[in-house]
Design a protein around this ligand. Structure first.
Ligand code: G3P
Length: 217
């Protein structure tokens, strides 16, 4: 399962690239707004830092403008993945961009029916938002299971990119279900390393080792 970072913060992305676990980056209009920076400059900069796909989202909602924005974003770097919302205009845009060889991530997916349409429109990635479904008392991971089952059934090549991840358990559940990608807020990637017994065990090893007076080097 690939791990993408869900961030438009250059410093944050840079700090996590060193871990070797960042296979790509996803952004959205809210994350760009939070960064306080220009979208074109930010996406171009992230694309230079990361070898894998970098999702950059269109802002328009009509087909013609979305397509123009998508083409402009795609021209920024070869690893740009244009992100479009799961609407009729978004899926039309997806189809045209895919025919031109551009990678497309279809976002704001909340049902398996929507995911089916995205795959038929040729999406490279489908982004179901598990956390936002959980937030309203629905079963986010249940949606991932449905989409994976449908895509497997028809050998659909669209990759399931689990988004709106709120916990390390979401990451484990996504991996158990065979999702292709998870996009993680940096704090969830950091949390994946952690366990109190790891900290406790390490403290005991350090203390016992100091008692030996030895040095490996
Ligand atoms: O980039 C899409 C996504 O991961 C949004 O997450 O936390 O705003 O629901 P969130």
């Amino acid at each position: 399962m690939k791990i993408f970072l869900d961030s438009a913060d250059i410093g944050e992305i840079e700090a996590h690239i060193a871990s070797g676990f960042v296979d790509g980056v996803t952004t959205n209009p809210s994350l760009i707004a939070k960064s306080g920076r220009n979208i074109l400059e930010t996406i171009a900069q992230i694309c230079e830092m990361v070898d894998g796909p970098v999702s950059a989202e269109v802002a328009a909602t009509d087909f013609e403008t979305m397509l123009k924005e998508g083409k402009k974003l795609a021209a920024l770097a070869p690893n740009v993945t244009v992100k479009v919302p799961l609407t009729e205009a978004g899926l039309r845009t997806c189809r045209v961009l895919r025919e031109a060889g551009t990678q497309v991530n279809v976002t704001l997916c909340f049902t398996a029916g929507q995911a089916l349409l995205a795959a038929k429109a040729g999406a490279t990635f489908i982004s179901p938002f598990v956390g936002r479904l959980d937030d309203i008392g629905h079963d986010g991971m249940g949606l991932i299971e449905e989409i994976c089952t449908i895509y497997d059934q028809y050998d659909m090549t669209t990759e399931v990119l689990v988004a709106s991840v709120r916990s390390t358990q979401h990451v484990v559940d996504a991996a158990m279900l065979g999702a292709d990608v998870v996009t993680l807020p940096p704090k969830i990637l950091t949390a994946l390393y952690k366990h109190p017994l790891t900290d406790k065990g390490l403290a005991a090893f350090i203390s016992d080792w100091e008692g030996t007076g030895q040095s490996i080097l």
